[in-house]
Design a protein around this ligand. Structure first.
Ligand SMILES: NC(=O)c1ccc[n+]([C@@H]2O[C@H](COP(=O)([O-])OP(=O)(O)OC[C@H]3O[C@@H](n4cnc5c(N)ncnc54)[C@H](OP(=O)(O)O)[C@@H]3O)[C@@H](O)[C@H]2O)c1
Length: 320
């Protein structure tokens, strides 16, 4: 099979495509023929050895895929060959085939195509669990979303709009903000042309109920300042490359909460509820993932570069 390989840590351009033997299936595992894989920011970090976990090279990057089950181990009873599935993992997805634990695969609902299924995983699930169980937004709330043109950011805009939340989208370009508006953002701030703190004060004079922040860096503090008393700031990631240091007196004086999002912190009953609601939004067509760019497997380095540079709009896919 053909696979994108990270032969040594470095920038996206180290990744090259090679012929590799198909991995064999062990107990509890299934082999999936990958049809589409989504690029996530951690894929870039893993290739650069800047992620929280290191994978020794050579390895196949890629953490999210949709495809067809080709082979299952004898002890697997939860799946059939030919099933359309999605899956996530730390690495391995930027290849024509991937072997994973069968229990980690989810079936793709009828009517949902492979690219949409691949694009809908990590970003939309992160956004929805964040909105429902951490930000706990309600209809009519005011929400600020940073990185609103990126994977998690645009998903947050789309899903919050569907929940009846009034979204202020913050991004670095009018093109990204235009897409966020087309998915329901009511107000926009281009942080490259406006001072963010001033712009948010003017845009939301009563303050925001919640903030979703997948970017960090210099954008976090001015956005935290835009919260109303009792508001919630959700820190999701640091795509800017800088983990912000927030003066704690702001938390005390403004009476706000700063909460981190991690999947494992969502209570099991809420997790199931959120997943069921999200599936319904996808299958009903109320939410369609925005796929900003699609590359071939040979162009994996270019796909990673687009994400590394923060230029992607919505999700970036690799189609096999
Ligand atoms: N906690 C979790 O479970 C969880 C789950 C998923 C993702 N994450 C994290 O969330 C973060 C965002 O993920 P994503 O998929 O939304 O990423 P993405 O699609 O690449 O978007 C990130 C956004 O960050 C902004 N940005 C600012 N400086 C940047 C830089 N130097 N390089 C790249 N982007 C930059 C860009 O927005 P502007 O140009 O508009 O400012 C970009 O659109 C990542 O750190 C990821 O690891 C965490």
């Amino acid at each position: 099979m053909r696979a994108a390989i990270c032969p040594a840590y470095g920038p996206p351009e180290v990744v090259r495509v090679e012929e590799r033997p198909s991995p064999s299936v062990g107990p509890g595992e299934a082999r999936v023929r990958v049809v589409a894989a989504a690029v996530n920011y951690p894929d870039v970090l893993l290739v650069a050895n800047r992620y929280q976990i290191s994978v020794p090279p050579p390895f196949v990057p890629g953490s999210e895929f949709a495809g067809v089950v080709e082979e299952i181990a004898d002890d697997v009873t939860c799946l059939d060959a030919g099933a359309r599935v999605t899956g996530t993992g730390l690495y391995g997805a930027f290849a024509e085939g991937v072997v994973v634990a069968a229990s980690g695969l989810s079936s793709i609902p009828d009517g949902v195509d492979m690219p949409a299924a691949a694009a809908f995983g990590v970003a939309y699930r992160t956004a929805y669990h964040t909105l429902r169980s951490v930000a706990r937004v309600q209809e009519g709330d005011q929400l600020v979303v940073l990185g609103a043109g990126g994977g998690v950011g645009l998903a947050s805009v789309q899903l919050a709009a569907v929940l009846g939340v009034s979204v202020t989208a913050v991004a670095s370009s009018d093109e990204k903000l235009g897409v966020a508006t087309s998915y329901g953002a009511r107000r926009v701030v281009n942080h490259r042309v406006s001072d963010l703190r001033t712009a948010l004060r003017e845009t939301l004079p009563q303050g925001a109920d919640a903030v979703v922040d997948p970017v960090g860096g210099d954008l976090s503090e001015p956005t935290l300042r835009a919260l109303r008393r009792g508001g919630r700031f959700i820190t999701v990631g640091y795509a800017s490359g800088t983990i912000p240091r927030i003066p704690l007196n702001l938390v005390l004086v403004k009476g706000v909460q700063i909460i981190g999002f991690q999947f494992q912190d969502v209570a099991p009953d809420e997790f199931r509820r959120n997943e069921a609601e999200l599936k319904k939004l996808l299958t009903s067509g109320r939410v369609t993932p925005h796929i900003g760019a699609t590359f071939g497997l040979d162009e994996t380095a270019r796909a990673l570069r687009l994400v590394a540079d923060g230029k992607a709009i919505g999700k970036v896919l690799i189609a096999m």
